[in-house]
Structure formats: structure tokens, C-alpha cells
Design a binder for this molecule. Structure first.
Ligand code: AMP
Ligand code: MG
Length: 493
């Protein structure tokens, strides 16, 4: 008997397993959306390593088919594209928003059974675009790809980047730029602002539906709990405290911590004007529009608490049928945030200094180091990494103020049960040798934008993919920029 092999030419061979749980939620939460036709899609970069983690393979696709897929021209089977509704406090002021330039294809089920959102950013206008063109430019999309992947390698919860394609069309900003689309992968895109949207509509029944959905997707252990909405708020608060502590510990400045850019899942989301701090200074701000420094490095923990208060306000009707009791429990949880944050932060700082035990004076030890770094304009990342080497190299480390601190720290290390060698090894596992330095990021982006040369970006990604290793040629990537004070970032519109 002859066996016939039939090949079906669709995306199933790539491994997509789409579900559309979000688009089964109440209609008020989204609007159907179709990715715009684009002239000549071309793959700029494709994340094979992430694809593998997601159980996907694109190597069987022709480059045209891959470009068409990631430009939203040729949709995978089973997806049901939508734009999500949300609101947000932007720089403190409330606005109704929604995905104006992003389209959610649906959720892909990975091998573990977990769902991940697959979203095309820059795929054209939606119901929520207002006056925007729904498009994105190549530079900002590659920037999000680079920094989100660097954050993932650093071990920080974050959305991921699967691909960037150019559209073959221009987008018009201050000048004409090359259009591009980023494929973003996220635990979900539910934001504090999603709750604010329904709260503004005074739609309590659907608020409950959204909360139940978020609990099931991100906090399944709470599903059957007696006070599940109170516990949900507590759990979101905990994840944010932990996330922001992680940012502070590696010098990451998000740049635009509006409530629409804070994910309920606890992932870092929306890489617009973000950048890494070089010389330690709590007042560091890179965003060109953040004149008052609302989102400066040192203010991030407080802003997260402010955003959580906005979330709490939306949840009040669910927390307790007695409004006063609802306010009491929300206030109590919010009140615990500063201590919670401090605990995560101090725990992380102890590791950065090679300490496994806790002593009461540890916080002072950390603060004294930070004070010295600030006074001497020492590089945040390199100082911590240098401390883990047996021999400190550089004039800076001959400063008597530093030496006083150093002896105190050495005495403290002597009180640990472990050897210094193992303390230093612990330090190297948490203090990165390389971070995405602003000038190296710009170098990679301009090579890609101006010369269509992605090799600089690939080299940088390779180094950032192993940030705690510090390979032999990492010096080039470790040096801070010389003109740090002039560096400005822009919202990626
Ligand atoms: P973001 O600065 O990316 O967090 O975006 C803030 C809001 O502006 C979101 O609602 C976006 O969907 C919307 N937005 C940003 N850029 C565009 C654009 N080019 N067209 C339409 N909407 C946009
Ligand atoms: Mg946003």
C-alpha cells in the first residue's frame, strides 16, 4: 500500500498553539483590529533562542513567509486579533487610552501549558489610535528588543522580543523614519490602567470579571481563597516591590512609569525612554520629557507605590461590601509596601556585597558605599563588579574615604562563615559585568538604521546575553560613556 504524505502549508509547522482567552472577555475590554497592509516587510532580527523556549521554530519558513508573519500580513491559524482598552495616569494625569499602535494576536500556549500574549507593536491604527498613525519606527523597536532581551538575561521579569520586521514604509515623526513592527511576548498585557479603564466607566461587574481573569492567569494560587481580591492586591503589591527592587539593584531607569505601563503580572513592560544609570546618582533621569524628574532613578520605588494606590482605588468595590473596611484593607497593604520594598532591596544589596547573613548595621554599610559612589561619581555597575575581584585597580580606589569603607566591609566579610573567595563568586553572580551602556546601544541602533548593518546589534546582544560572565573582550562594553550628562532618551512613538 502506498502512503501519501500531505503537507499542509500553514503556520502549524512553526508550532503555534493559539487561544483567545482575552477576546472572550466582555467586549468593553477590547476592539477587533486588523494589522495594516504594508508594502515590503523584511525581517530585521529574529530571536531563535526565545522561539525555542516557546516551542516555536521558524527555520522552515522562507524569509518572505517569516517577514509576512511578523508583519501581521499572514496570520497564524487560530488567532483573533484585537486591540486592548485601558486607561492610565500619565505623569499624574488621568486619560482613557487603549492599544493605539499594538495588536494582540492572541495567546500562544507553551509546552508547560502557560499562555503568553503575542502582540504586534506598530502594526497600524486601531479603534484606540486617536490621532496617532499606529506605526512605529525601526530605532525604538530595536531598542525595545535589545533592552528587554538584556533584562531577561539579567534575570529581571520582563516582556520579551521575538522579532522586528521593517515594513518598507516610512513613518513620519520629526523626520521620515523606517517603519517597523516588534513582536512582543508577555505573560499578559493587563495593566494597572486596564483596571482604571473599567473603574472610570464605573463598571463593577466587569471589573470583577477582569480581576478573576487576572487572578486565574497570574495568581492561580489565590483562585479559591476566602478574601481573594484583597490577597490579589497584596500579591500584585509584593511582585511590584520585588520588581522595582530588582531595577534599583542593577541601575535600570524605566523612564515612563505611568500606570498604563505597569503590568499586573509583575513584568517590566514598555521600553520607551528607559536607560541604565552609569555614575551613581539618585537624581538620574534620561527621558527628554521628564522635566520634573518624576520618574528619576531614586523616585521609582515611591512611584510604584503611587501607582499601586491607583490600582487599589479601582479594586475598592471588590475588597469589601463595606466601603470603610475596603479602604482600611487597601490602606493597610499600601502601608506595608515601603518595608516590603526595603526588605527586597536590602536582601539584594547584601548579595551584591557578598553577604549571606544579616547584621543590623548592613544597611548603613550599603548607604555609606552609595554615598561614596555619589560623591566621587563612581560608576554603579563597575564599582560593584570591581569589589568582587581580589585586587582593586584604579586611582579611585586609593581615596581614603573609600579605603575606610573598604576595611569596614572586609571586617564584615570576615564575620561570614564562608571564605572570601566564595563570597566573591556569589557577588559575580549578581553584579553584572555588562549592562546595555547608552553609547553602545546607540551605536548598535545607528548601524542598523543608517547602514542596515545588524552585526553591531548581534555582537552587543551576544555580550548582553551573558551579563554575569564578563568575557575577555568585555572591557569595550564595560566602559561608561564619557558624555553621560548629555544623554537623552525619547518616548518611542
Ligand atoms: P506608550 O508611550 O507607548 O506607552 O503609549 C502611550 C499611549 O499612546 C498608548 O495608548 C499607545 O497605544 C498610544 N500611542 C503611542 N504611539 C502611537 C501611535 N504612533 N499611534 C497611535 N497611538 C499611539
Ligand atoms: Mg505604554
Amino acid at each position: 500500500m502506498t502512503t501519501l504524505t500531505i503537507t499542509v502549508a500553514d503556520h502549524d509547522e512553526t508550532g503555534w498553539r493559539f487561544d483567545n482567552t482575552y477576546s472572550r472577555l466582555p467586549e468593553v475590554l477590547f476592539a477587533p483590529a486588523i494589522p495594516a497592509r504594508v508594502r515590503a516587510p523584511r525581517v530585521s532580527i529574529l530571536n531563535d533562542r526565545l522561539a525555542l523556549e516557546l516551542g516555536l521554530t521558524f527555520s522552515t519558513l522562507s524569509s518572505e513567509a517569516a517577514a509576512s508573519l511578523f508583519a501581521g500580513q499572514d496570520l497564524p491559524n487560530g488567532c483573533q486579533p484585537i486591540a486592548q482598552a485601558y486607561a492610565g495616569h500619565q505623569y499624574g494625569g488621568f486619560t482613557m487610552l487603549g492599544d493605539g499602535r499594538a495588536i494582540l494576536l492572541g495567546e500562544h500556549r507553551i509546552t508547560s501549558g502557560r499562555l503568553v500574549d503575542i502582540q504586534l507593536k506598530g502594526a497600524g491604527q486601531t479603534h484606540y489610535s486617536r490621532r496617532g498613525d499606529g506605526r512605529a519606527a525601526l530605532g525604538p523597536m530595536l531598542r525595545e528588543y535589545l533592552i528587554s532581551e538584556a533584562m531577561a538575561a539579567l534575570g529581571i521579569p520582563t516582556t520579551r522580543s521575538l522579532a522586528v520586521v521593517t515594513t518598507g514604509e516610512k513613518v513620519h515623526r520629526a523626520s521620515a523614519l523606517r517603519g517597523a513592527i516588534l513582536t512582543r511576548v508577555a505573560a499578559s498585557h493587563i495593566r494597572v490602567g486596564t483596571f482604571e479603564y473599567l473603574s472610570a466607566l464605573q463598571d463593577v461587574p466587569n471589573l470583577r470579571v477582569l480581576a478573576d481573569y487576572a487572578i486565574e492567569r497570574h495568581y492561580p494560587e489565590l483562585v479559591d481563597g476566602p478574601q481573594k481580591y484583597v490577597e490579589f492586591f497584596r500579591a500584585v503589591t509584593d511582585r511590584q516591590a520585588s520588581l522595582i527592587a530588582r531595577w534599583q539593584l542593577i541601575g535600570f531607569i524605566h523612564g515612563v512609569m505611568n500606570t498604563d505601563n505597569m503590568a499586573i503580572s509583575g513584568e517590566t513592560i514598555d521600553y520607551g525612554p528607559c536607560a541604565f544609570m552609569n555614575a551613581y546618582d539618585p537624581d538620574t533621569v534620561f527621558s527628554s520629557i521628564d522635566h520634573a524628574g518624576r520618574y528619576r532613578y531614586g523616585n521609582q520605588p515611591r512611584i510604584a507605590q503611587w501607582n499601586l494606590a491607583r490600582l487599589a482605588e479601582t479594586l475598592l468595590p471588590l475588597l469589601d461590601s463595606d466601603p470603610e473596611k475596603a479602604v482600611t484593607s487597601a490602606t493597610e497593604i499600601l502601608g506595608e509596601y515601603p518595608a516590603l520594598f526595603e526588605r527586597y532591596w536590602l536582601g539584594g544589596m547584601r548579595k551584591k556585597l557578598g553577604l549571606q547573613t544579616a547584621e543590623a548595621a548592613d544597611e548603613d554599610l550599603v548607604r555609606k558605599l552609595l554615598d561614596w559612589m555619589q560623591n566621587s561619581r563612581a560608576d554603579f555597575t563597575n564599582t560593584f563588579r570591581d569589589l568582587s575581584s581580589e585586587e582593586l585597580v584604579g586611582d579611585r580606589y586609593r581615596d581614603p574615604d573609600f579605603l575606610t569603607w573598604y576595611s569596614r566591609w572586609q571586617l564584615r566579610l570576615n564575620r561570614e562563615a564562608r571564605s572570601k573567595t566564595s563570597a566573591y563568586a556569589l557577588m559575580r553572580a549578581v553584579n553584572p559585568a555588562v549592562i546595555p551602556r547608552n553609547h553602545r546601544v546607540e551605536e548598535a541602533l545607528s548601524a542598523a538604521e543608517d547602514r542596515d548593518d545588524l552585526s553591531v546589534m548581534h555582537q552587543l546582544l551576544a555580550v548582553l546575553g551573558a551579563p554575569y560572565e564578563g568575557g575577555t573582550d568585555s572591557t569595550r562594553y564595560r566602559d561608561p560613556p564619557s558624555d553621560d550628562g548629555d544623554y537623552r532618551t525619547f518616548c518611542g512613538t
